[in-house]
Design a protein around this ligand. Structure first.
Ligand code: ZN
Length: 576
């Protein structure tokens, strides 16, 4: 089989990367302008769930709609009915009667709903306090303005927090706000900020409370131990906030707000990749009770209030945490939690809004764990943080593959900072795929992943942010790094491994069909779920620096309006 045949064959929906390149070249062709005036522009409220009334038929006309369907790459109109696209083309159907809402896109750029194939949204949805997300601002004054605005809706004295997806690197100032700046923005609320990649801060009200716990707060509001996932006094702070603030109701609020926030950045589907487990209120920001943390999301789905699609994998650690960083380490004698999971749970079970997945992002027990997963015919995913780890993961899989054929189970390796062609060949031969991304906060030179080499290899490749505890989820920050080779401070970190804008977006949309095991999301085609984002600027033509501040003006998921700021008709503040 030639590489080209392999490449064509292994893509979902028959879409190959080569076709996508052709489609990208064709995007300059102007879409036909349809002279339809906007009529009623209001759309039904937020929310997923199965039992809602289906919205009326919606037509979007006069847009530059990038479908990620190589047979029909750029169109000007789509029609949506019963949650799916019923027309994708250059002329809007004359939707009949008053049941049709027509929205004039005024030539705006539209993309399929973004799919993040591995992040930690369930952690973000279980944060204590009134949790505010600030991934869309890039200066400290703008961030402080978000906090100030957010505080108007929070009773005085209650904690305001941002734990995980915030980073000093995202700000031009390359630091977190100080105690004095937080005091000025939030005089009436205690605040705790804990950044991915390190650093935590509080304000004076927060310090007064934390000092009763003997937590040390420095003059600028820094709390020792705020590096990484948190330790020392920062971990004590997180533990305290969890113990005193988390209830089923506040978890539901954080869960709903988190999914809602990312709809404003165009994400319509998340695959959560679990967390480290701890029964008691945990101090680490990557840690939760992995047996109960899904409950707020399940409850939202039950009430028809899930703002976006969520799939979740189950992480397991029967071999301890050491083996997840060194998969060549001796495996455990027994796999008590993994065995019960495989016996008592269901893979890919649920509905179009909420669904289980496989085991990941850690299988946690070397060959015995992988063997049990293969025998049960589940999907498995592990992360690889180095070349040695990737090699050992693949060697373990080859052992298991010789006993139980895994070639149709879509096993995944994620992160892969180093993944040369021989490893890609070996994993591809077992039907595996790799998730790349995880990039905008990284430092150094040629830190990988090797986007270009993997994109040109026949192995399946998709995009993941891994955001929530260790990185940012904002897809546009990730796409900025993938296409420019620069991290958020502007340093070149990818060498010659960058992708074109079209290639990068394809990884975050259509390519992720394979990684989600779903063929009817990720592209705008008749019959697919109607998931799309109308962007505030044209991703394909703006300057490199402008990519970072792309957001959605209108996000539709399954035909329902998840976020709407189009023409300022509705000043939705999803973080309220
Ligand atoms: Zn992860």
């Amino acid at each position: 089989m030639s590489p080209d045949e392999g490449r064509d064959r292994n893509q979902s929906n028959g879409i190959s990367r080569r076709d996508v390149l052709k489609a990208g070249a064709a995007t300059g062709a102007a879409a036909a302008v349809v002279g339809l005036a906007a009529t009623s522009a209001s759309a039904s409220g937020r929310g997923g769930g199965r039992d809602h009334d289906e919205p009326e038929r919606i037509r979007l006309v006069n847009g530059r709609i990038h479908t990620m369907d190589p047979d029909n790459p750029v169109v000007s109109s789509v029609t949506i009915e019963n949650g799916r696209f019923i027309q994708v083309g250059r002329k809007g159907n004359r939707g009949s009667g008053r049941d049709t809402t027509t929205i004039n896109l005024k030539r705006r750029t539209v993309v399929p709903g973004i799919i993040d194939a591995h992040n930690h949204i369930v952690l973000v949805g279980n944060r204590p306090g009134h949790h505010v997300l600030v991934e869309h601002v890039f200066t400290l004054p703008d961030a402080l303005e978000v906090y100030k605005d957010f505080a108007k809706g929070v009773p005085a004295g209650e904690w305001i927090t941002t734990i995980g997806p915030i980073s000093a690197q995202q700000f031009d100032e390359n630091r977190l706000p100080t105690l004095q700046e937080l005091d000025a923005a939030l005089p009436d609320h205690p605040v705790y900020v804990h950044a991915a990649q390190g650093g935590s801060r509080t304000n004076s009200m927060g310090r007064a409370i934390l000092e009763t716990l003997d937590v040390e707060v420095e003059d600028d509001g820094a709390i020792p131990g705020g590096g990484g996932f948190g330790s020392g006094d920062a971990a004590i702070t997180v533990q305290f906030l969890r113990a005193t603030l988390l209830t089923p109701e506040t978890r539901r609020r954080s869960a709903r707000d988190a999914l809602q926030y990312y709809t404003s950045l165009g994400i319509t589907t998340h695959k959560d990749s679990s967390a480290f487990h701890e029964d008691e209120p945990a101090g680490g920001i990557a840690t939760e009770n992995i047996f109960t943390m899904h409950e707020p999301f399940i409850e939202l789905d039950r009430n028809g209030e899930l703002p976006a699609r969520l799939r979740f994998d189950f992480g397991h650690y029967d071999g301890g945490l050491g083996i997840i960083f060194n998969p060549a380490a001796p495996p455990p004698d027994d796999i008590p939690t993994l065995r019960e999971r495989l016996k008592n749970s269901f893979p890919f079970y649920g509905n179009d809004w909420l669904r289980t997945g496989g085991i990941g992002e850690h299988t946690g027990a070397g060959v015995p764990g992988l063997r049990a997963i293969a025998e049960a015919r589940w999907r498995a995913e592990d992360h690889a943080l180095s070349l040695g780890a990737a090699d050992a993961h693949i060697t373990n899989r080859e052992v298991v593959h010789a006993e139980f054929d895994i070639s149709d189970l879509r096993w995944i390796l994620s992160h892969v900072p180093a993944f040369p062609a021989d490893l890609a060949d070996r994993f591809h031969a077992m039907g595996g795929g790799v998730l790349v991304g995880w990039g905008p906060l990284r430092t150094g030179t040629d830190v990988g992943p090797p986007y270009r080499d993997l994109f040109d290899h026949p192995i399946d490749v998709g995009w993941h942010s891994d955001g929530g505890d260790i990185s940012m989820i904002n897809p546009w920050l990730n796409l900025y790094t993938m296409t420019t080779g620069r991290n958020l401070q502007g340093d070149h970190i990818l060498g010659d491994q960058t992708l074109s804008r079209h290639e990068a977006l394809w990884l975050a949309t259509a390519a992720n069909k394979w990684f989600m095991n779903e063929d009817d999301i990720g592209s705008i085609e008749v019959g697919n779920h109607a998931d799309l984002a109308v962007l505030n600027k044209d991703y394909f033509t703006v300057s490199d620096e402008q990519i970072r501040s792309i957001r959605s003006l209108l996000t539709i998921i399954g035909g329902r309006t998840a976020y709407d700021d189009l023409d300022n008709r509705r000043h939705t503040r999803p973080w309220h």
